[in-house]
Design a protein around this ligand. Structure first.
Ligand code: C5P
Length: 293
């Protein structure tokens, strides 16, 4: 009987993003605190009679050919196991595209786990992580989600217990704006790393304690200024959300999405009320402990 599997692919936010020097391989060395959130895409993987790998997506900006990371992820595993492709994958996007939320990377991560399950081929975690890193820097983290310190180019992970109870997360994404991660990194000039070292050390502790006041003082995203300068609408979103003073407001990844972290839903709703929803896609979410998958 032909099998069907439905998997969830969660978005991530960067609680902190410290971009260090550019490496000989073209990537930047970084340190980042990554947290998965409840906002997620849904992928349906279906075995089909026809020969091939067919991708379908409800979002017009998402490519459905070999350039899609989902395609790449599926083919890597199928080729490894010598299984000819007979698959239909439907991607139901809810995570904004090219937004700094790891949506495409998470879809690929979900497919790696999903295909291993579909063909009943359990894989050793180190193997899976290595394949994931070959697909994209954020893919290894998104295989498991939760909370982790990511180093290297983002693929080396040290897991930590996410804050309990979860924090409320507002996701604010300017409509019609997409940012290329490559562009943001290319336009970044590394700054004074010595001062950042001290601040970065305090971020994880403050975050896990749910100490948003300290977190606001110590955390930073090095790509924020790059994207803020190129896309003034992102700066406007930040300013608007900051009118609700209790939360931490920061850009995620290379943007343009801005997130707000709050203890209470009431404050999150207050921050949302500051945004013009004709111009901004808004999601009210929360941090997650384990994969939604
Ligand atoms: O790994 P991924 O394909 O998601 O990265 C997209 C682009 O972002 C890379 O081609 C590179 O230009 C940039 N990048 C970087 N340093 C990192 C991660 C990404 O320069 N640590």
């Amino acid at each position: 009987m032909k099998k069907t599997l439905i998997v969830q692919a969660p978005a991530k936010i960067n609680i902190a993003l410290w971009v260090k020097e550019k490496r000989p391989d073209g990537y930047h060395e970084l340190e980042s605190i990554m947290q998965s959130i409840s906002l997620s895409d849904t992928l349906t993987i279906q075995e089909v009679k026809e020969s091939g790998l067919f991708i379908e997506c409800n979002h017009p900006a998402v490519p459905t050919g070999p350039e899609n990371l989902v395609h790449k992820a599926a083919m890597v595993l199928l080729e490894r196991w010598n299984i000819p492709p007979h698959l239909h994958i439907r991607i139901e996007k809810k995570i904004p595209v090219a937004a700094g939320l790891g949506g495409g990377s998470s879809d690929a991560a979900a497919i790696l786990g999903g295909i291993a399950r579909l063909y009943d081929k359990p894989m050793a975690l180190p193997d899976l992580l290595e394949i994931a890193a070959g697909i994209g820097s954020d893919v290894p983290f998104l295989l498991h989600g939760g909370l982790a310190l990511a180093t290297g180019r983002g693929e080396k992970l040290t897991y930590a217990e996410p804050p309990r109870p979860p924090l409320v997360v507002v996701i604010a994404n300017p409509k019609g704006v997409q940012v290329s991660t490559k562009w943001a990194y290319q336009n970044y000039t590394p700054g004074d790393n010595a001062r950042k070292e001290e601040r970065f050390k305090q971020v994880l502790q403050a975050y896990r304690r749910r100490d948003l006041d300290t977190l606001k003082r110590v955390t930073f995203n090095d790509l924020e200024n790059v994207t803020l300068q190129g896309y003034p609408e992102v700066a406007r979103i930040k300013e608007a959300m900051k009118k609700e003073p209790t939360g931490l407001v920061l850009m995620s990844g290379s943007g343009p999405t801005v997130f707000g972290l709050y203890h209470e839903r009431k404050a999150a709703v207050q921050a949302i009320s500051m945004l013009d929803q004709n111009k901004v896609n808004v999601f009210l979410e929360h941090t997650t402990r384990t994969p939604v998958k």
